[in-house]
Write a protein that binds this ligand. Structure first.
Ligand SMILES: [Zn+2]
Length: 216
């Protein structure tokens, strides 16, 4: 029987199921997962590369959104102690609290523990854009940037240089991540705590941020 002729004749109505006979040697042998018209497997077809490019795009844009666009709050804390630096609190939180890293994204120093007044340090949990551990509200921990000032602002006011450094940092973060002043909050505004101390007036601080943001 001339198979080629037979196939040609019924080309318009041909279906894969029609091949209930073993094809002779000169015909392509179809295996599972191949395109039966071209004999190419899925990963050899252009649609595979389009799908792969789409997946890569979705992965990287999702990662970008998660890293750079998820920030909704800035939470301000004090350390309640006039001594320390990023490394000091990192050790304290890991050894005494059992957390994987320091609780905060940024620390604004007061000049103690070999730092300078107003020096801002960025922690590794900010570099990896991880959530922080600074509040008991996990929503704020995931979607908020945690900033801490070294000092106890129940006892004394924030030194001018340190206050200015906090303002500059907050304004920069607010601009960069589109966080409006009303979502810059003091720890005590979301939890029963004295942090960051009553001598740091959050309402006034938000006004200061608003004024700075309106400056060109
Ligand atoms: Zn706090």
């Amino acid at each position: 029987m001339d198979y080629a002729k037979k196939i040609k004749k019924s080309k318009s109505s041909i279906r894969r199921d029609d091949f209930d006979i073993r094809p002779p040697g000169d015909m392509p042998v179809f295996s599972k997962g191949s395109d039966y018209r071209s004999g190419r497997r899925f990963y050899q077809r252009p649609v595979f590369f389009i799908a792969l490019a789409a997946l890569v795009f979705i992965f990287f844009s999702g990662r970008y959104v998660w890293r750079e666009m998820r920030w909704r709050y800035i939470v301000i804390h004090h350390t309640a102690s006039d001594y320390g630096s990023l490394e000091y609190y990192r050790k304290l939180h890991m050894q005494e609290r059992g957390w994987p890293d320091v609780a905060y994204h940024f620390i604004v120093n007061n000049g103690s523990d070999d730092t300078t007044v107003g020096q801002v340090q960025e922690s590794e949990i900010w570099q990896s854009r991880s959530h922080h551990y600074s509040t008991k509200n996990s929503f704020v921990n995931y979607f908020g940037i945690a900033v801490v000032l070294v000092g106890n602002f129940e006892n004394h006011s924030v030194p001018a240089v340190q206050h200015e450094a906090l303002l500059n940092l907050t304004v920069r973060l607010s601009r960069e991540y589109g966080i409006p002043p009303e979502r810059i909050i003091g720890h005590r505004e979301i939890w029963a705590t004295a942090c960051p101390g009553h001598r740091l007036n959050m309402a006034e601080f938000r006004e200061d941020v608003k004024t700075a943001l309106n400056r060109p």
